[in-house]
Design a protein around this ligand. Structure first.
Ligand SMILES: Cc1cc2nc3c(=O)[nH]c(=O)nc-3n(C[C@H](O)[C@H](O)[C@H](O)COP(=O)(O)OP(=O)(O)OC[C@H]3O[C@@H](n4cnc5c(N)ncnc54)[C@H](O)[C@@H]3O)c2cc1C
Length: 387
């Protein structure tokens, strides 16, 4: 009997199709060869590695689970595996791909007009047009129904006013999907960079997702034509639907970050000699590594089943909430424990654990905090909303 591998203990790979395995290998090679050599420096310099975008686009990773419009049309398990491999590199890179695909291309595809889809999706798949998703505001993100950004009709146009906060890709985006309240309810608008009254500013000095751009957006009497409104986006369910797409990818991505940390902790433990023997020979370290493996394995099985449900169009958003909560909590705990096993060296950027740990502090907060996802599952169990 072949022994299990530490990073795929239940041989989840054997449950993948040949196509799914191929895309995982392709992205895995890209991460090993192109991402890992430079990512710690980019994180240290608080710089998004934009030089990686053309190859990410060439591999078909942007909007990869969209059919048509020059997108790759992969299934959702393949999309998940892409997220897992990218986040094994860095959560910032996976965030870039999630935002471009799930939060910008998806709403155009799901709620846009045919003209909007033809105009934007091929260029976005090619990485020639980058997008950002503006929902969160300075006064809060967990309850977007209270958003202050509003849009008013003015003849055939709309006038947008307000501000958005913590927006991934904000200053590098050519278009922003802006969610605003109107007299008819929440609506989504495509706002192009350069539109009068629309500005973006980077949020500097953050200690998490340093290899990712996070910005504020300001909308001061921004005039956009009716043709820039997403015609099928009606109500808050539209942006929430986009978030379900992106959260699904996060459940896989977190597994990649956790695997990177377990890999590092395991290698270190095998060679670090303390009290005359490698620390891997002690019961405590073995229990801790075993616990990481247990939690990663559980998350892998969970995300795979989630992906199969999604491909089967049987996915409920509360199932995504449970997985986002479980898998990101798992990854954050694994990263913190790996950081500790590495001793003092573990606080150095020379090791990946602290970078993943700091990144995961954002991942556990964005796209719905851990508490919010617990409450979503609680509501499903009791039929009562405790928000
Ligand atoms: C790096 C980064 C990138 C981001 N990118 C984007 C993006 O691209 N687009 C975008 O729109 N947003 C983005 N966000 C914003 C993110 O989605 C929000 O930060 C998140 O939704 C939480 O909102 P908040 O920070 O305003 O916290 P709040 O909503 O103010 O919550 C504060 C605390 O209260 C808790 N809480 C809230 N309600 C309850 C309750 N009923 N019971 C108990 N506890 C509760 C929360 O769990 C949290 O701990 C990003 C955030 C980060 C950090």
């Amino acid at each position: 009997m072949k022994p299990p591998t530490y990073d795929d203990f239940y041989d989840v790979r054997s449950m993948l199709s040949e196509d799914e395995r191929q895309i995982q290998d392709l992205v895995g090679r890209f991460v090993d060869e192109k991402v890992l050599p430079g990512i710690a420096k980019a994180f240290d310099e608080h710089r998004f590695p934009a030089e990686l975008v053309p190859e990410i686009a060439r591999m078909g990773l942007l909007g990869c689970n969209i059919e048509g419009y020059e997108c790759a049309g992969l299934n959702n398990v393949a999309y998940g595996l892409i997220c897992q491999e990218l986040e094994r590199g860095d959560s910032g890179l996976r965030s870039f791909v999630s935002v471009q695909g799930s939060l910008c291309m998806h709403p155009i595809h799901a709620y846009g007009s045919e003209e909007q889809k033809k105009r934007w999706l091929p260029k976005m798949a090619a990485g020639k047009v980058l997008g950002c998703f503006g929902l969160t505001e300075p006064d809060g993100g967990s309850d977007p129904g209270t958003m202050k950004t509003h849009a008013k009709r003015d003849g055939g146009d709309w006038i947008l006013n307000g501000a958005k906060m913590w927006i991934t890709n904000g200053t590098i985006a050519d278009i922003a999907i802006v969610w605003a309240s109107t007299e008819e309810g929440v609506r989504g608008f495509i706002v192009e960079k350069g539109t009068k009254g629309y500005t973006a500013r980077d949020i500097l000095k953050k200690y998490s997702l340093r290899a990712s751009v996070t910005s504020e957006l300001f909308l001061d009497h921004v005039r956009v034509p009716e043709s820039s409104r997403l015609p099928e986006a009606k109500g808050l369910s539209a942006p929430l639907g986009c978030l379900t797409q992106a959260r699904y990818g996060i459940t896989w991505g977190a597994i990649g970050a956790a695997i990177a940390c377990l890999t590092e902790a395991r290698e270190f433990a095998a060679t670090r000699v303390v009290f005359g023997k490698p620390i891997a020979h002690t019961q405590t370290i073995q229990r801790r590594l075993a616990d990481m493996c247990r939690r990663i394995t559980t998350a892998q099985l969970l995300s795979l089943q989630l992906g199969r449900l999604k491909d089967d169009q049987r996915l409920h958003h509360s199932q995504v909430s449970l997985a986002k909560w479980n898998n990101v909590r798992m990854a954050l705990d694994v990263a913190r424990d790996a950081r500790d096993i590495l001793g003092a060296g573990g606080i150095s950027i020379e090791f990946a654990a602290i970078r993943h740990m700091l990144n995961l502090e954002s991942v556990i907060t964005y796209e719905g905090t851990e508490t919010i996802h617990e409450l979503v599952v609680g509501r499903e169990l009791t039929g009562v909303s405790a928000f």
